[in-house]
Design a protein around this ligand. Sequence first.
Ligand SMILES: *Cc1c(COP(=O)(O)O)cnc(C)c1O
Length: 527
Amino acid sequence: MNSSEHSADSGDARSGSGGRIPLSGGVHGPAALRELVELTLTALEVGAERRGGPIPAGEPEQLARQFEGVFRYGRDLGDKPDEDALLRLTELLAYGSADPADPSCAAHLHGPPLAVAVAADLAVSALNPSLDSWDQAPAATVMETALVAELAELVGFHPGQAAGVLTSGGTESNLMGLMLARDRILGREVELDGLPAGVRPRILASEAAHFSVQRAAALLGLGERAVHAVPVDRELRMDPERLAAALALSAREGARPIAVVATAGTTDTGAIDPLHRIADLAAEYGAWLHVDAAYGGGALFSDRLAPLLDGIARADSVSLDWHKLGWQPTAAGVFLVRRAHTYASLARRAAYLNPADDEQAGYPSLLGLSLRTTRRADAFKIAVTLRTLGRAGLGRLVDICHDLARSAAEAVRVRPALELHCEPVLTTVVFRYLPSSATDPAAAATPSATPAADPAAVDRLNAELRRVLLREGRAVVGRTELPGAGAGRVRLKLTLLNPNTSAADIAALLDTVVRAGKALEDAEAVS
Ligand SMILES: *Cc1c(COP(=O)(O)O)cnc(C)c1O
C-alpha cells in the first residue's frame, strides 16, 4: 500500500468501497474490476450482436456520426461526467470493429486472439508491470527472460547464447535487427558520430519484403535508397541468383553490404525465401542476416510446416510476431539475436533505472535490451498461452488454418470467375475476380476488344468489389498489388487465421465475392 491510500482526505471524485478511488491493483482492485469487467463483457456482446457481421455496414462517415455526442470537441471535458461511458463506448467499439473472429473478416494478418491470452493480458493491465527496471516488474522480468530463452530454442538458437526482447511487432524488430547490423558491420562509433564519410551502406531485401525495412533504413540514417530490392519469383520468394548478383554488384561499386533481410512468410503470400542459400551468401559477403519471420514464425509450432523455416537458426537476428500466426492480442512481437554479445550497442544505463551497483547485486533490468523505456509485459499472455496449449496445441491451430487455406485455394480454382495466383504456403490465398469477358472463351479470343479485359479495368473492378463488400458490411477481404510495374497486378487475398472458420464458410465467402463482381460488371454494362 502506498501512503496516499492511507490518506484521510476523501475528495468528491472518490467513489467505490470506502470512498477510495477504484484502482485495479492490490487486494481491493479485483473487486473493483469485477463489476466493470462484467459490464464490459455485456457491452461486447451487445455491440457484436448489433454489428451482426465482420464489420459495420455503411460508409466511414456513417460510423463517425455515431460517435457524435460522445466526444465533445471544443466543449468543456468536465462539463458532464458520463457514468455510462464504459458501457456506451465499449458497445460502440464492438459494434464498429472489424472482428477477426468472424469467418468473413480475413483481410490482414490480424487474428482473433485466444480468450485465454486476453484474460492473461487483463492481469497484466491490472498489475501494470513495466519492464524497464526490475523494481517495476520483478516477476515479469523473470518471465520475459525465460520466455525469450524458450523462443530462442524454438527458432533453433542456443538458448544460453541467444538474447532477445518483446517488441511492438515486426516493425520494431526489423528496426532493431538493422540497427545491430549497422553497428556490427560499420562499428559502434556510428552510435556516437553517425555514418563515417564515404561509406555507402547497402541492405539487400526482396521486393516482397516488408516496407518497414525501408523505413528502418531511413530512421537509421542509412537512407531508404540503401535498400536494394532483390527480384522475386511468382510465389514472391527471393531469387537467390539475383541476390548473388546484387551482392557482387555492391562489391564492384564499393558499397558495403551490411545486412541481408530474408523474409520467412511474406505479408502478401506467405512465401518463404530460400534461407540456407541466403545465409551462405550473407556469410560470403560478411553481411548480417536478419530473418523477418513476423508472419511465418508461427510455422515453427507445426511439425508439418516447421521444415519450411529450415535455416532460420543461421540468422544473426529474427523477428517474430505472435499477434499474427500466434493468436495473441496486439502487441506480441519478439526480437531475437543468435549471439547475445552482438546486442551490445543497444545497452543503455540510466541512473534511475538500472544502476550498475544494483545489477552487480543481482537485480537485473531489461532496459538495455529494448529501444523503449516503459514497456508492457507482453510476454505474459504468450507464456500463459504456450503453457495452456503447448507447442503442439498451437501447432494444431496453425495446421487447421493451413488446411483451410489449401481448401480455399481449391475453392478458388473451381470457380471460373476467380483466378488463383499461387498455391498457399502458410495461411494466405491470393486471387482475383476475372470479368466474364476475360473468362468467356468467345470473348477471350479477342481480349483487347472488350474494355473489361483491359488489365487496368480488371484492377479497378477488383478494388471496387472489395469496397462494395466493406460498405455492405458483408466481408473484409484483403487487397494488394503484386511486385512489378504496370496494370494487372491488383489481387484480392484471404488471410486465414481463424481456426473456427470452416471450408463451407470460405466457399460462401468466395460466392459473395463472385456475386459482388458480377453485380459490378452488370452495373457497368448498364451505365
Ligand atoms: C506484419 C509484418 C511486419 C510488421 O509487423 P508489425 O507487427 O505490424 O509491426 C513485418 N514483416 C512482415 C513480414 C510482416 O508480415
